[in-house]
Every structure is written in C-alpha cells, then in structure tokens.
Design a binder for this molecule. Sequence first.
Ligand SMILES: Cc1cc2nc3c(=O)[nH]c(=O)nc-3n(C[C@H](O)[C@H](O)[C@H](O)COP(=O)(O)OP(=O)(O)OC[C@H]3O[C@@H](n4cnc5c(N)ncnc54)[C@H](O)[C@@H]3O)c2cc1C
Length: 326
Amino acid sequence: MTKNIAVIGAGLAGTTIALKMKGKFKVKVFEKSNDVGGRMSTRKEIPFFFDHGAQFFKINTVDFKNFLLELFSQKTIKPWSFRLAYFEGQYLSKIKLIKDSDKFFVGAPNMDSIIKHLSKNCNVILNTKIETITKKNGKWNLYDHNKKSYGFYDWVILSLPAHQSLELITNKISFYSLIEKIKMKGCFTLMVGMNKSLNLNYDAALIKNEDIAWLALNNSKPSRTNKNCLIINSSHEYASNNMNTSKDKVLKHILSTSCNLLNYDLFNSTTIKIHQWKYAEAEFPPKENFFIDHKEKIAVCGDWFINSRVEGAFTSANELSKELLK
Ligand SMILES: Cc1cc2nc3c(=O)[nH]c(=O)nc-3n(C[C@H](O)[C@H](O)[C@H](O)COP(=O)(O)OP(=O)(O)OC[C@H]3O[C@@H](n4cnc5c(N)ncnc54)[C@H](O)[C@@H]3O)c2cc1C
C-alpha cells in the first residue's frame, strides 16, 4: 500500500519535499497561513505588492538549477539587475551595478509566484496550523488548536524553522536535543508604499553599523507594476534587542532611521506596515543537512540547516528526499 506523508509547512523546503515524494508516497502539506510561500511570500497591500521576505536568491548547485528549469522557461524566475549602494552608517561609500549576468534571481511577477507555481499540483491544506502530533498504533496523527484531527500518516516531515519544529516534538525524538541548541535571529521588515518616486540613484542598499541593514525599491525588480514600494529590513542585532518592543515603536524607529539615510520624509507615505520575522536566520547551523529519526518515522528540514537562504531550504529538503527514497 502507498505510504502517507504529512509535510508541515509550505515554504520552499516543504514544497520541495512534497514534489520529490509525489508519485511514490501520498503527500499532504499543511500550512498555517492563507497562502503558500513562507519566508518567500509577498504581502499585498493594494495597490502595493511587497516581497517582504527573501529579496533575491542565488543558484550555486546543479540540483537547484535543474529543479527550477521550468520556472525559468516560463519566466516565473528572472534576473534582477539593479544599482546596489553600500552604506557605512549614514555614509554612502559606493554604488555597484548588478547585471543580469551576476545572477541575482527573483520570482516574477512576485517572489511568491515561485512557490505558487511549484505547489500548484501539490495537495496543500491552507489555514491549518498543526498544534499537536501524536503516535497511535505506529501512525502519526495531526491535530489543530481545536483538537480537530487531520488523519493518520506513516511519516511526518517538519519543514519549519527550528523553534517551530521543537514545539511539535518531545524528547522521545532522537534529534530533539540537537534542535534545542539552534538559536535563530529575528528581523523586522518595514513596507512603505508611496505615490511619488523617491528618485534615488540606487535601487537597493546594504547598510553597515545601523539599525537598518537592507533597503530595496521592490518595483525595481522585473515584472513589477509601476508602484513605488520600499522594503526596509532591520539589522538582526536591532531585532534581537527589540523582539518585545511594541510594533508601533519599532515602526517609528525604523522609519525615522530610513528617513535620515534617504534624506526624505517617509512619514506621510500612503501605506506603512511592519512585519516581525521571529526566525529569520540561524546563528550556528548544524553540521547535518536535515535530521531524521528512522525509528519514529519523523524528519525535519529547512533553510537553517545550511545557510538560512533560499537555496539552503531547497538543498536541505532535497537531501532529505534522497534519504527517504532510499
Ligand atoms: C526578511 C528576510 C529576508 C530574506 N532575504 C533573503 C534573500 O535575500 N536571499 C535568500 O536566499 N534568502 C533570504 N531569506 C531567507 C529565505 O526567505 C529562507 O531561507 C527560505 O524562504 C526558508 O524556506 P523554508 O521552507 O525553510 O522555511 P519557511 O519559508 O519559513 O517555511 C515554513 C512554513 O511553515 C509554516 N508553518 C509554521 N508553523 C506551522 C504549523 N505549526 N503548521 C502549519 N504550518 C506552519 C509557515 O507559515 C511557513 O509557510 C530572507 C528571510 C527573511 C525573513
């Protein structure tokens, strides 16, 4: 009989596992949000679209390149050529032109187009946060917060950030104590939608020694509608020190730091939103590409095993799928 697999999380890692296992196993993916994408998603604040997670990605391995071939041919992935500014504090030190040949890739028309496309033939159950998993008669049973059951599975794959994975398992699982050691750093993302163009001589900026670390004009990416959308990411250090500060206070601080850097008043912009990413990047990734407990039939994968990057999410899930298919 075909074995059942439950994948928890529909980011790139979960979607990769679902696609690699499809056909050999019956696969169901559970996603707590109202759409797929995870940290590669796009926030819609009509008329503005913000890629508020991953900004761009690189492709270094043949496996990842092959996995994305169809998306390249359909132009769901495009290179982003842009002017990248380097700031030391408030001081602009240089501007570099990133060309198509530098291969900084983005989803088109939005970052979330990639996982939307990849997952279109996967069985994804949206708006379903799995709160508990228990083992009964050798099978995993999944439940949401209302104790509603989502069926029995031979295997459970957690494709979640380390802390969210830990919430679902107990120390009976062999890799529990290994996940416990992982620390993930957070990040705040400020999204600013404007009616007027900023008229900058750069499209994105890397900023050192400031509470903001990255800034990008989202509409400078290919296939975006011509709206002025600014994305600003806090530094991890600022985020770690302000995880419990009120969102309003964080918003004002990031906004005023950005105004100083840009020498432009953003406070009257049409749309100003803040998003808190609790788990943006692992401090010290584990040595393994994934963890697996063959006896309990449970495994975990995600970007945090490799480099907390888009390609890392794929590689972790891809390596796990090879192990599961053995
Ligand atoms: C602000 C920011 C900027 C970034 N910039 C870049 C960049 O420029 N380049 C780059 O390569 N990488 C970047 N990254 C990293 C990149 O986004 C991630 O490496 C990648 O998207 C992680 O994919 P994943 O599948 O491992 O995890 P995720 O995308 O986090 O997927 C996990 C999924 O699980 C869901 N979930 C969680 N708990 C449950 C539950 N209990 N039940 C059901 N579903 C659940 C979540 O909603 C989510 O969809 C950035 C990340 C952030 C936060």
